[in-house]
Each structure stands twice: as structure tokens, then as C-alpha cells.
Design a protein around this ligand. Structure first.
Ligand SMILES: *Cc1c(COP(=O)(O)O)cnc(C)c1O
Length: 246
């Protein structure tokens, strides 16, 4: 243990958890015959303080995920003021009225799921950003739109997957980079992520830059990696169990 870790037990705990998660990712890559360099670990720090984000950055994790703008915006400001190199991933359901805030700090927005949200984000990014915003379209695999995502043949036109993909592709200031999904609760995660991989490859035919597949959380990262995930979003396994479900 270094002196720093001795002085900061939380940092030592995060270092241990990080090493465990990296070990799981490495093992899953061996199993799948993949190079671990193809898999980006995103630490989902929701409900945990900016101090933990700083510790993770010091430990070499620069991809940080948040799911609520009112929590993410002040953390991003605090880390920017400290000069920390962070790539911010926004992974939560997003209301249109938050677009203006999120486009200012997000580096990759994982949860684009309606054509009206695309329009709001495009307007906001055009005004408030110098560079286009990279986005993923969130795919609802079971078409339960309450839990977020756009679905193939969704009854609600603005949530139709093809329509959302087309809206991003036609936007001025958003760049389509791929897809994201959360495995539906009742599904076997492997079949969920295989299905996502199929959707991703169909989208890639028309949009070759859509190479990102964001899939896998603490409980199912192995299944996601075996199905080809390029980004895993890990909260509890890295930071500890959150106090309340949110
Ligand atoms: C919270 C969250 C995660 C991380 O989940 P864990 O189970 O804590 O690993 C991943 N993706 C999204 C969209 C989340 O909201």
C-alpha cells in the first residue's frame, strides 16, 4: 500500500474494486477471444460525490457516467475547475428541457431515444457547443418504452428506432456513433445483447461510423463483452452498492 492509499481508505477501496472489475473484463475478453483494449470501462458515479470521481481519475479511469443532469452538471463543473481529464458519458433518461445543460459538458450521450429529443439536442448543440456532440441511440429491446429507448416499430412514432436514427443522421450538430441498451429485467442478458449486436450491425450498414455498442453493467458485463460490447457501464461493482434505487 502506498502512503496515499494509507491516508485515504476510500481510495484504497476504489483501487481494489477497480482491479477486480478490470480482472473481470480481462477474463471475459479472453473467453470471447477479444482484445481488452477494445472495451472501454465507464465508471457510473451517480449518487457518489465528485471526490470519488477525482479518485477514479487518479487511478486512471477517465470515462465517467452519470444519469441525472442536476447531479452531473455540478460534478462536471467541479472536475473541470480542478483540471481533471474526464470524458463525461450521460446514460440516463433525458428530458428535452435538460438538453441545453447536458450538451455543455457531455462527451458521449448514450440515451437518445426520441426524434423530439434529437431536435432539442441538435438546437442546443448548435448554439452551445463548438464541436458536434457524439450520441448513441438507446434501443429498447422489449419495447417497454417506459424504461427508455427507441423500439423497432414502436407505436409512438417519435420513439420509432428507424425514425430516431434518421433524425440523428440528418441533424446538424449531433454525430451518430452507435447504440446503447439495458438488458430487460426478465431477459437472459446474453440473448438481449446478441439482439442489440444485430440491431447495431444493421445500423452500421448505412452509418459506418456507428461503431459503439454500449452494453453491460455490474451484473452482466461478461454477457455484454461476449456479445461484442465496446463500452461497459459499471456502477455498483466499482463504487459500492447505492443507498437507494434511482
Ligand atoms: C446506474 C446505471 C448503470 C450502472 O449500473 P450498475 O448496476 O450500478 O453497474 C449503467 N447504465 C445505466 C443506464 C445506469 O443508469
Amino acid at each position: 500500500m502506498t502512503i496515499e492509499e494509507g491516508a485515504d481508505p476510500r481510495r484504497a477501496e476504489l483501487a481494489q474494486r477497480l482491479s477486480d472489475v478490470r480482472g473481470r473484463i480481462a477474463a471475459a475478453c479472453v473467453e470471447a477471444g477479444r482484445d481488452p483494449a477494445e472495451v472501454t470501462l465507464i465508471a457510473v458515479t451517480k449518487t457518489y460525490p465528485a471526490a470519488d470521481v477525482r479518485r477514479l481519475v487518479e487511478l486512471g479511469v477517465h470515462d465517467i457516467g452519470e444519469n441525472k443532469d442536476q447531479e452531473a452538471a455540478p460534478k462536471a463543473a467541479e472536475l473541470a475547475a480542478a483540471g481533471a481529464a474526464v470524458r463525461w458519458h450521460f446514460v440516463g433518461q433525458l428530458q428535452r428541457n435538460k438538453a441545453k445543460s447536458v450538451v455543455r459538458y457531455a462527451d458521449l450521450l448514450h440515451s437518445v431515444d426520441s426524434s423530439t429529443l434529437v431536435a432539442a439536442l441538435d438546437r442546443a448543440a448548435t448554439v452551445h457547443r463548438e464541436r458536434p456532440l457524439d450520441v448513441l441511440v438507446q434501443v429498447s429491446l422489449d419495447a417497454d418504452l417506459e424504461r427508455g429507448g427507441a423500439a423497432i416499430g414502436a407505436g409512438v412514432p417519435e420513439r420509432d428506432l428507424e425514425r430516431v436514427v434518421a433524425a440523428v443522421a440528418e441533424s446538424e450538430s449531433l454525430r451518430l456513433r452507435g447504440v446503447m441498451a439495458v438488458a430487460p429485467l426478465a431477459w437472459d442478458p446474453r440473448s438481449a445483447f446478441d439482439r442489440l449486436a444485430e440491431v447495431a450491425s444493421v445500423i452500421r450498414r448505412d452509418h459506418p461510423d456507428s461503431t459503439v455498442v454500449s452494453a453491460g453493467m455490474s451484473v452482466d458485463l461478461e454477457a455484454a463483452i461476449s456479445a461484442g460490447a465496446t463500452h461497459v457501464r459499471i456502477g455498483a461493482a466499482l463504487l459500492g452498492k447505492r443507498a437507494a434505487l434511482r
